[in-house]
Design a protein around this ligand. Sequence first.
Ligand SMILES: [Mg+2]
Length: 373
Amino acid sequence: MTEDANPVTRKIIHVDMDAFYASVEQRDDPTLRGKPLAVGGSAKRGVVAAASYEARKFGVKSAMPGVTARRRCPSLLFVKPRFEVYRAVSQELHGIFARYTDLIEPLSLDEAYLDVTDDIAGVGSATAIAQAIRHDIRTELRLTASAGVSYNKFIAKVASDQNKPDGVYVVRPGEGADFVAGLPARRFYGVGPKTAERMSALGIETGADIRDQSLMFLEQHFGKSAQYLYRASRGEDYRSVRSDRARKSIGGERTYADDLIEDGDLREALEHIIEIVWERIDRNSARGRTVTLKVKYADFQQITRARSVSPAIATRDSFERLSRDLLEALLPVAKGVRLLGLTLSSLESAKNSNDEQTSGVAEVNPVQESLAF
Ligand SMILES: [Mg+2]
């Protein structure tokens, strides 16, 4: 994880669309509104890509096998994903973000961190910016989004979940430590079910429990994550918002609720990742020469396979072809796959680094005094 040595007090918004794919489908087809809906998952071994809130009431979740989803909710409607539509909506969404800041770090098609420390639109406060963005999304895209507003990424992200759907939650500087103390440990970045279980065995259930541990204890039990956990449990997170422009690579990955083993399932899963990653490449007009496929097996063995081409990849076709070739070379797999990821690197348009803004900055940004939360 990258972080900056010199944190200034930032104002960060995490925006997360509510049940994005499902909401787009309900927006575009009125007969789907108010009904339990799953996007994807209808294929024999398909996986639900998104579930409407009506479906979530039955326990239907994304990444769940379609069969399980149908069992939980017999009246569940399945629709095929329309990624080209989601990508187009995502671009409109980014157009809205760009009215308020240049510092946008997308996490997926429907989720992004925005650094609004500089109030370029003159809205007046970070909270007001979050409300303005939600208003624009509602009126222009006819969709809802939730937002978390805080002074760092970790808290902003957790906060956006707090009043979901269609809500906003603000954690001001000075409130972060208390907010974090009450969180379940599994809501900390990087704490998956396995780590949460190990924590529980050590009597660590909440943020407050993490904070009660020494750094040495955390290092002993959680290795590389220790430093992050130590700080995060005190409400600190110094990572800056990084726009794709400033990155050395652009990628995406997915973890599957059920391990994938059949060729067809793996191919289908790869197509989804191609969609996600290409959208980000395209939005940033990035040109890269290396495509890397990451595969994590059920036993957590992880491998990567990469191919470089010259000149740089300029079309979706060539990105697809390289990605598929990398996967085909691994098929059939001898053991289940729990994660697939794709990355484009050796970027040629990696200019305009955000790092310049934060490296070696010792003074406190004067804007923070004037722009309220
Ligand atoms: Mg979302």
